[in-house]
Design a protein around this ligand. Structure first.
Ligand code: UGA
Length: 457
C-alpha cells in the first residue's frame, strides 16, 4: 500500500535558499581514522563494563561487505568479507560461480542462498545468569540492535514481530541459533510464553509509518502494552516500555526533564503515537501500582544509525540517502525546528542499563543533548558526504550528476518546534550518557547506507 503524504501546512513560508547555501559551505567536518568517542578515546567496545560487546562484532553483522571501511577509507572487494578473526563467521551465500546469475538464462538478478552453519560468537553464560528475554518489535531498527547485543551477551532471546516496519533480514544472522527464536505475531494478541525480561518496543516509530494507520498505531500502543504487561504479571518478568520524547509534544519547557507533563495535541495527526505512548505509560504504572509488576520506562529521543530503512522517512535516513544519491535534501518548513540526535549504540546501552538498574520510580529520558536545527543537520550531512566522497571513502557520483542541494518544502502539521532531553536523571541513576559523537555516528550510518546502495537495496 502506498504511504499517504504527510499533512502539510501551506501557510508556513520556507526560509530563503541562500541561508541553506551558506550553511552547506561548512568547513571540512570529517574525522579521520578509528572511531573515537566524545573524550577522544577509540571506541572498541559498546555497553557498560560487564555488559559490553566489541564494536567490530556488531559491525561485522550490520555493515555489508560493500560498506566502506572506517580506517582504510577504501572499499572491500565485492566478492568477499573484509572482517577477520572471531568476528568473521558469516556464511558466504551470494551467487556462487556455479549458480551465478550469469549462468541462469533469463534470471538477470537471481540470488542463490545456502543454509547458515556457523553463527557470530556469543558469550557462554552460567545458567543462573542466563535470562530468557522477550523483545517485541525485535526485527525493527532499534529492536534488532538490542537483539544483537543481548545475543552476544549470551542470553536466550525471543523476538515477537509482525514485520510491519521491521524486516526479517535484520535478524537473519541469528535464525537457527539455539539461543534465538523468531515469532511472527502481533502484540495486539496475547502471547503465552515464559520469560524473565520483556523489552516492549513494538510500534511503528517514524511519523511517516505511524500515521499510515492511526487506529492500528493506537491499538498497538494500548492493546499491545496491555497484553505484554499481562504477560509480565503472570511470569513475574521485569517489563521495560520504550516510550518517546513525543509524550512532551510541542514542549513549553526546554530542555525537557521527566517531570514535565508535556503539551500534546490530543487529536492531531501525531496524536495516535503521542497519546498512544502516553496511555502505554499510564498502563505501565497502573500495573506497577496495582499488581506490583516490576517496570521501567525509557523515553527515547531521536535516534539514528545503521538499519534504519532507506524509506523510513526520518531526518537522518532521508538526508543521508538523498545526499548519497545526489537528490535534494528536503527540509520541511523553515528548517529552524531543533532535534537532538543520538546514535543507536548509545540508546541500546541506555536501555540495557535501565533494565538492569534498580530505578523503577518513573520514566527516564534516554537521548543526546546534541541539539541542532534541522537545517544545520541537513548541511552537516551534506558536507560529510561530500568529504567522504572527496577522500574516496564512498563512491563518486555518476559522471554528469550534480551534488545534492537543500530544498525547502511545506512544513509538517504539529511538528514539534524544538526538542532536547534533560538527561540529569539518566546520569544519576544509570551512570549513562551518550558516548558517540553525532559525527562518528553519522559516518557509520553513511558507510552503512553506501553499502546498501552498492548492493542495490
Ligand atoms: O525520537 C523521538 O524523539 C521521536 O520523534 C521522532 O519524530 P521526529 O522528531 O518528528 O523525527 P523525524 O521524522 O526524524 O523529524 C525530525 C525533524 O526533521 C524534519 N524532517 C524530517 C525528514 C525530512 O526529510 N525532512 C525534514 O525536514 C521534521 O519535520 C522534523 O522537524 C521519531 O520519529 C519518533 O519515533 C520518536 O519517538
Amino acid at each position: 500500500m502506498a504511504s499517504p503524504p504527510l499533512a502539510h501546512d501551506p501557510n508556513r513560508i520556507p526560509a530563503p535558499l541562500q541561508r541553506a547555501r551558506e550553511h552547506s559551505r561548512a568547513p571540512s567536518v570529517r574525522s579521520v581514522g578509528s572511531t573515537v568517542d566524545r573524550d577522544g578515546r577509540v571506541i572498541e567496545e559498546v555497553g557498560s563494563p560487564g555488559e559490553s560487546v566489541p564494536l567490530e562484532l556488531l559491525q561485522s553483522i550490520y555493515l555489508s561487505p560493500n560498506s566502506p571501511s572506517p580506517d582504510t577509507g577504501s572499499f572491500p572487494s565485492s566478492s568477499g568479507m573484509t572482517w577477520t578473526g572471531t568476528a568473521h563467521q558469516r556464511t558466504e551465500s551470494f551467487s556462487s560461480d556455479r549458480y551465478s546469475p550469469h549462468n541462469v538464462p533469463d534470471w538477470p538478478s537471481a540470488v542463490s542462498f545456502t543454509s547458515r552453519t556457523t553463527f557470530p560468537p556469543v558469550k557462554k553464560l552460567p545458567k543462573a545468569q542466563k535470562r530468557r528475554v522477550l523483545v517485541t518489535g525485535g526485527a525493527g531498527f532499534v529492536g534488532s540492535h538490542l537483539v544483537d547485543r543481548l545475543m552476544f551477551l549470551g542470553h536466550d532471546v525471543v523476538v515477537l514481530d509482525n514485520f510491519f516496519s521491521g524486516s526479517k533480514s535484520t535478524l537473519s544472522h541469528w535464525v537457527g541459533h539455539p539461543n534465538f527464536e523468531l515469532v511472527r505475531g502481533d502484540v495486539v494478541e496475547p502471547l503465552l510464553i515464559e520469560v524473565d525480561q520483556i523489552y516492549h518496543l513494538a510500534c511503528p516509530a517514524s511519523p511517516k509509518a505511524y500515521q499510515i494507520n492511526a487506529v492500528k498505531t493506537l491499538k498497538t500502543s494500548f492493546m499491545g502494552t496491555l497484553n505484554m504487561l499481562g504477560l509480565a504479571k503472570r511470569t513475574k518478568a521485569r517489563f521495560l516500555l520504550s516510550s518517546t520524547s513525543e509524550v512532551y509534544g510541542s514542549p513549553t519547557v526546554h530542555p525537557q526533564p521527566e517531570s514535565y507533563w508535556g503539551n500534546v495535541n490530543p487529536n492531531g495527526p501525531r496524536s495516535c503515537y503521542d497519546e498512544g505512548k502516553r496511555v502505554a505509560e499510564a498502563l505501565t504504572y497502573g500495573y506497577a501500582r496495582q499488581d506490583g509488576v516490576d517496570v521501567r520506562v525509557a523515553r527515547i529521543f531521536n535516534c539514528f544509525g545503521p538499519r534504519m530503512s532507506a524509506d523510513d522517512g526520518r531526518l537522518v535516513s532521508n538526508f543521508v540517502v538523498a545526499a548519497l544519491k545526489g537528490e535534494p535534501l528536503q527540509v520541511y518548513g523553515d528548517g529552524e525546528a531543533t532535534r537532538s540526535l543520538m546514535f543507536v549504540h548509545d540508546l541500546i546501552s541506555g536501555l540495557i542499563a535501565l533494565m538492569e538498574s534498580d530505578y523503577s520510580e518513573g520514566p527516564v529520558n534516554i537521548g543526546s543533548p546534541d541539539e541542532g536545527s534541522v537545517l544545520s543537520w541537513a548541511s552537516t550531512i551534506l558536507a560529510l558526504v561530500k568529504d567522504l566522497r572527496a577522500s574516496g571513502s564512498i563512491p563518486p557520483l555518476p559522471a554528469g550528476q550534480k551534488e545534492s542541494e537543500i530544498e525547502f518544502v511545506p512544513a509538517v502539521v504539529d511538528d514539534p518546534p524544538r526538542r532536547k532531553p534533560d538527561i540529569t536523571l539518566a546520569k544519576e541513576v544509570l551512570a549513562w550518557e551518550p558516548r558517540w559523537t553525532v559525527m562518528a555516528g553519522l559516518e557509520e550510518t553513511i558507510r552503512y547506507f553506501a553499502g546498501q546502495l552498492a548492493e542495490g537495496e
